[in-house]
Design a protein around this ligand. Structure first.
Ligand code: LMR
Length: 398
C-alpha cells in the first residue's frame, strides 16, 4: 500500500546528533543539536524546575484535559515574559496567547492560522535559516522565499540589503524574524536596526512572525525581548512563537507559546477562537506537566529570581566558551580570523567551514558540526576546548 513512498532521509540536525552518539571513539565533540550542556557535558535539570516538581509531587493532582488554549497561568506568564508585565498590549487585552507543543508547535499553529487568514500570502525567511522553518511553513501550505541576511565573507548582517528587499514585498507578506540569537548564524539586529526595520514592516503592511527560542541566551531575558516589545510599542499586528526548551532546559516537555498581537479586544477574541479551532483539530489540547512546572516558576517571585540567575549562568558560560575558543584559535592559528566566536551571540556560531573541512573534523577528529557549518557552542567546555581548537587548527591548516 505504501511502497511508493520516499524514504525519509532524516532531519539534518538530529541525524548528525545520532551519528555522534553511535561513534565509538572516546575522544569526540558534539556540536550538533541546539542543546545547552554544562561544563561537564550534562544537560542541566534546573534547580527551579526541581523545586517546582517537588512542590507538585507533594500535592498530587488528577490530570483532566487542559483547556484547548492551555493553562491560564502559563499563558499569562508567557505574555509577561515576552511583552513585559505592564505593557499596554496586555493591559488593553490585545494579545491572544495559546500554550503550544514547543516552539515548533507554535510555528505550525501560526502557519495554519496565517494560511487560513491570508491564503495568498507568501513568506520570507532569512538566508540562511533554521531548515525546519521551510518545512513547517511549506507544510502549512505557505510558499516560502528567502531574504538577504548574512554575508559569509564578513560574517556580518546584510542589513541594507535585507531592508531593501523587505521594503519591496507585496502587502500582507509574512516575514519570519528572530528577535535574538539567530539560528543558525548567531548574528542579530541591533536595537537601532530594529528601530529602522519596524517602520518598513508597518509601511508595507507586512505580517511579522517572530520566533524567539533562546530568550535569555543573548544579552538577558528582558534585553532579548527588545524586538517583541518595540513592535508592540509601534502598534504592529504580529505573531510570536516562543519556547522554553532551552531557557528552562525542558526540551522533552515541549513547552512553548504562540501569541498574536491584535488591534482590539474583539479581534483578539476572534483570533484566539481560530487558534483554538486549529489546535482542536490537530492535537486537541496541550500536555500538562511542563506547562505547570514553568508556570509555577514564572509566577512565583522567589523562584523567578532563581530562574533568572540560572539562565544568567547558562548565558555567561556560553560567552566565556566563545571567548576561550577565540583566544585559543588566535594563538594556534594567528592567520585565521576567529573573531566571529565573540561577535556572534547565543547558542550558535556560524563557522563558514567547507564541506571538506567539516568532513575532516568529523572523520579524523570526531568533532561533529552540522553540514551548514553551524556550531552549537555549549557543546564546548574546559575539558574539550584544547582538543577542539587543535582539531580546528589542524583542519584549517589543510
Ligand atoms: C537546533 O536548531 O538545533 C534546535 O533548535 C533543535 C531543533 O529542533 O532543530
Amino acid at each position: 500500500m505504501f511502497e511508493h513512498l520516499e524514504k525519509y532521509a532524516g532531519d539534518p540536525i538530529f541525524r548528525l546528533g545520532e551519528a555522534f552518539h553511535q561513534d565509538p571513539r572516546s575522544q569526540k565533540v558534539n556540536l550538533t543539536v541546539g542543546l545547552y550542556y554544562d561544563n561537564e557535558g550534562r544537560i542541566p535539570l534546573l534547580k527551579t524546575v526541581q523545586e517546582a516538581e517537588a512542590r507538585r509531587n507533594a500535592n498530587p493532582q488528577p490530570r483532566p484535559y487542559l483547556p484547548i488554549e492551555g493553562l491560564a497561568s502559563y499563558r499569562s506568564a508567557v505574555q509577561k515574559l515576552l511583552f513585559g508585565a505592564n505593557h499596554e498590549v496586555l493591559r488593553s487585552g490585545r494579545v491572544a496567547t495559546i500554550q503550544s507543543v514547543g516552539g515548533t508547535g507554535a510555528l505550525k499553529v501560526g502557519g495554519d492560522f496565517l494560511h487560513a487568514a491570508y491564503p495568498d500570502s507568501e513568506m520570507w525567511i532569512s538566508d540562511p535559516a533554521w531548515d525546519n522553518h521551510f518545512a513547517i511553513f511549506q507544510g502549512a501550505g505557505i510558499k516560502t522565499h528567502t531574504y538577504a541576511y548574512y554575508d559569509p565573507e564578513t560574517k556580518a548582517l546584510l542589513f541594507d540589503q535585507m531592508l531593501g528587499q523587505l521594503s519591496a514585498l507585496p502587502k500582507h507578506s509574512i516575514v519570519l524574524l528572530h528577535p535574538c540569537c539567530h539560528n543558525p548564524t548567531g548574528v542579530d539586529l541591533s536595537p537601532e536596526q530594529w528601530r529602522q526595520l519596524i517602520p518598513v514592516l508597518a509601511a508595507g503592511e507586512l505580517i511579522p512572525f517572530l520566533d524567539i527560542a533562546y530568550q535569555g541566551f543573548g544579552a538577558g531575558l528582558q534585553e532579548d525581548a527588545y524586538a517583541v516589545r518595540a513592535m508592540a510599542d509601534a502598534g504592529l499586528s504580529f505573531l510570536v512563537a516562543n519556547s522554553f526548551s532551552k531557557n528552562f532546559s525542558l526540551y522533552a516537555e515541549r513547552c512553548g507559546g504562540l501569541s498574536v498581537v491584535c488591534s482590539s479586544p474583539d479581534e483578539t477574541e476572534r483570533v484566539l477562537g481560530q487558534l483554538k479551532a486549529i489546535v482542536r483539530r490537530i492535537y486537541s489540547n496541550p500536555p500538562m506537566h511542563g506547562g505547570q512546572v514553568t508556570a509555577s516558576v514564572l509566577n512565583d517571585p522567589e523562584l523567578y529570581a532563581l530562574w533568572e540567575d540560572e539562565v544568567a549562568q547558562m548565558r555567561t558560560r556560553i560567552a566565556s566558551v566563545r571567548q576561550k575558543a577565540h583566544e585559543q584559535l588566535s594563538a594556534k592559528l594567528p592567520a585565521y580570523d576567529s573573531r566571529y566566536f565573540v561577535t556572534q551571540r547565543g547558542m550558535f556560531s556560524y563557522t563558514g567551514l567547507s564541506t571538506a573541512q567539516l568532513q575532516a573534523l568529523r572523520e579524523k577528529h570526531g568533532v561533529y558540526i552540522i553540514d551548514s557549518g553551524r556550531i552549537s557552542v555549549p557543546g564546548l567546555n574546559t575539558h574539550n576546548m584544547d582538543y577542539f581548537t587543535d582539531a580546528m587548527a589542524s583542519v584549517l591548516r589543510g
